[in-house]
Design a binder for this molecule. Structure first.
Ligand SMILES: Cc1cc2nc3c(=O)[nH]c(=O)nc-3n(C[C@H](O)[C@H](O)[C@H](O)COP(=O)(O)OP(=O)(O)OC[C@H]3O[C@@H](n4cnc5c(N)ncnc54)[C@H](O)[C@@H]3O)c2cc1C
Ligand code: SF4
Length: 465
């Protein structure tokens, strides 16, 4: 009987040390570890892992190359379907996608596909390998709004088809949430994000930053004046939600988006930059998703005592198990079944704490999760001088409100069909702008699907008499 090899763990920075720095938490695999983990893949005839990957990376094929030590070939295979492998290898929720479907996971532990992808991508970056070959120009131009994963994936596929692609980005740096949201200790900016975006640029994709579509230009002016044949909107969901409780406009209350943008994009954590961030001594982060974990772990690294305040129980936490585990290891306290009802004023216009109420779980709601119910008379106060609200985000209405005929739904998301076509001919959309806050890989999948549809649409224009 063949000996079962256990899943190969990836080395990580010591929790006590990493809670005080912004260096990457996970070190990833070395060659020996990667080849050992690759040997666990049984090369299924009908690989369920590929079916579960929104961009259909050729998983068993690339793993086979890793096993043989042919890392460059593995990287070439991945590059056929993903423009951001070093990013995805780090932040994709593999446990609910490829690894969640891996056959080995039925009776044991799935192959660590994420860490293998990351290893291959990092190897190819350190060997300066690129697989960006410019296609022969087809004479057609496509504009893309937003340089997040949706926009970058759409741009990559269109550029490979010969389109002249220009991305318009509102911020001064490209990458969307990869650049301004996910912290450096999970996703290094210069070493990973910038290098993968540079690969997209090598295909001929132009990225113009500091252009707010809906203000600097409009979708109509791009199509009518600048003669783009089609537009893809990948503008994300960057508008934060608040609770609407008393005291939310006090100094010291901030959305997780703003907090993380100041830390990541404006490098507030780096003493060489003159864009500081107020953290205070005690920080309460309200919410239980990945964004809440990122905000909490960032505040911890900036020197605060940090707690998470979440209205359901640990079982319902929407954050990845790995993120919760890392946050706990780093000393973040968790107050479960607790909900703020007011933010308290220190009589100076600044926050002094939170008034919370204890909750219990009632019947399941529409999402299938048991809904939290207040326990009458259980209010108590909690000290905090900064409160970070991490309650989800929705798309900014700027583009829909400045583009006549562009439909959006009740949640403020753009309405698009399965291939990304919106209510306006020639205007496509995908990623968080359509689904609301989701994941990097789903945004990339939507960008790739829309690229195919855009190509068909533009060809149909050519076919018209
Ligand atoms: C803190 C945080 C942590 C996350 N962690 C994970 C994770 O670990 N794993 C995971 O899979 N997902 C994670 N996500 C979710 C994931 O990052 C998003 O689902 C994904 O980035 C969506 O991609 P997108 O391209 O649709 O939008 P975005 O990444 O939001 O990019 C949109 C871009 O459009 C630009 N833009 C917006 N409006 C305009 C305009 N009017 N004109 C020009 N440009 C505009 C924005 O500046 C931005 O650069 C996280 C999100 C956050 C906020
Ligand atoms: S499902 Fe798992 S074991 Fe099967 S090919 Fe994919 S990674 Fe390998």
């Amino acid at each position: 009987m063949a000996v079962k090899i256990p899943r190969t763990p990836a080395r990580e920075q010591d929790p006590a040390a990493r809670a005080t720095n912004f260096d990457e938490v996970c070190y990833g695999y070395n060659s020996e570890e990667a080849m050992l983990e690759a040997s666990r893949c049984i090369q299924c005839k009908k690989p369920r892992c590929i079916e579960a990957c929104p961009v259909s990376v050729k998983i068993p094929q690339f793993i086979h190359e890793v096993l043989g030590g042919r890392f460059a070939e593995a990287a070439r295979l991945i590059a056929q379907d993903s423009s951001l492998p070093a990013v995805c290898g780090r932040v994709c929720p593999q446990e609910t996608q490829c690894e969640g479907a891996c056959l080995l996971g039925v009776k044991g532990e799935p192959v660590n596909i994420g860490k293998l992808e990351r290893f291959v991508a990092d190897q190819s970056m350190s060997s300066n390998l690129t697989f960006a070959e410019k296609a022969a120009p087809n004479g057609r131009r496509v504009a893309i709004v937003g340089s997040g994963p949706a926009g970058l994936a759409c741009a990559t596929d269109l550029a490979k088809m010969g389109y002249s692609v220009k991305i318009f980005e509102a911020l001064h740096k490209a990458g969307g949430v990869l650049e301004y949201g996910i912290p450096e200790f999970r996703l290094p900016k210069e070493r990973v994000v910038k290098r993968e975006i540079d690969n997209v640029r090598r295909l001929g994709v132009e990225i113009e930053t500091d252009v707010v579509v809906g203000r600097t230009v409009t979708i109509d002016s791009l199509m009518e004046d600048e003669k783009f044949s089609a537009v893809f909107i990948g503008s994300g969901a960057g508008l934060p939600k608040f609770m609407g409780i008393p005291g939310e406009n006090l100094n010291g209350v901030v959305s997780a988006n703003e907090f993380l943008t100041r830390a990541n994009l404006m490098k507030a954590y780096d003493s060489r930059y003159d864009t500081p961030i107020y953290v205070g001594r005690r920080v309460a982060v309200v919410g239980g998703g990945n964004v809440a974990m990122d905000a909490a772990r960032t505040a911890k690294r900036l020197g605060a005592d940090v707690c998470i305040v979440y209205r359901r129980s640990e079982k319902e936490l929407p954050a990845r198990v790995e993120e919760v585990h890392h946050a706990k290891e780093e000393g973040i306290a968790f107050h479960m079944l607790t909900n703020p009802v007011a933010i308290l004023d220190a009589d100076s216009g600044w926050v002094r704490g939170l008034r919370c109420i204890r909750m219990e779980l009632g019947d399941p709601d529409a999402s299938g999760r048991r809904s939290p119910v207040e326990i009458c008379g259980s209010e108590f106060d909690m000290e905090a001088d900064v409160v970070i609200m991490s309650l989800g985000t929705s798309p900014n209405p700027l583009i829909s409100s400045t583009t006549p005929g562009l439909e959006r739904n009740k949640r403020g998301c753009l309405v698009a069909n399965d291939v990304g076509a919106t209510s306006r001919p020639g205007v496509f959309a995908g990623g968080d702008a359509v689904t609301g806050a989701a994941t990097v890989i789903l945004a990339m999948g939507a960008g790739r699907t829309a690229a195919k549809a855009i190509d068909e649409y533009v060809r149909s224009l050519n076919a018209c008499p």
